[in-house]
Ligand binder design. Structure first.
Ligand SMILES: [Zn+2]
Length: 165
């Protein structure tokens, strides 16, 4: 058995009510917390999830979270049979790797990068990691990927440091 964990991102901004934070209901505070869910899954499904996560080069927990978000969205559109949708989504992981790859990539835009090439920006661009504007003349790095696609740039503070000088 494998204990799958999923985290729900904190989608709310930090508490801006400040001093009257105490007036928040328990529910409101709970809704802002990340949750850790534990569940038991069959060993065959564990193997499938691990293989899929390895193929996508993402942590198993990221993959599980993506699947859960998908399943809940599907269940919302249908009649709310969350468990059925969840099982179906999990079991079709192998068949859906390509679609999952796209979704997971949105979580980590740099997941396909194999190297960084320092350069100077010539045309307006954005950092793929922090979204900061890269203007002509800025130091930046090109994220080199092993597959074709749009150019990925990262700003100076987001590019990894050299391990040796
Ligand atoms: Zn950046």
């Amino acid at each position: 058995m494998y204990h799958a964990m999923a985290r729900e991102a904190d989608s709310q901004p930090p508490d801006s009510e400040g001093e009257n934070g105490q007036s928040d209901s328990e529910e409101a505070r709970d809704a802002r917390k990340e949750r850790v869910l534990h569940t038991r899954i069959p060993a065959v499904l564990e193997a499938e999830l691990k293989a899929a996560a390895a193929a996508l080069r993402v942590p198993v927990s990221n993959l599980v979270r993506t699947i859960l978000e998908d399943a809940v969205a599907v269940a919302d559109r249908a009649t709310g049979h969350v468990e059925n949708s969840l099982e179906r989504a999990a079991r079709s992981v192998a068949a859906e790797r390509e679609r999952l790859r796209t979704r997971v990539k949105r979580l980590d835009p740099l997941s396909d990068v194999v190297a960084y090439q320092p350069l100077i920006i010539a045309a307006l661009a954005h950092c793929a990691k922090c979204n900061t504007v890269l203007e002509p003349g800025d130091d930046a790095a090109l994220g080199v990927t092993s597959r074709p696609g749009p150019k990925i740039f990262v700003c100076k503070s987001c590019m990894p440091r050299r391990s040796k000088n």
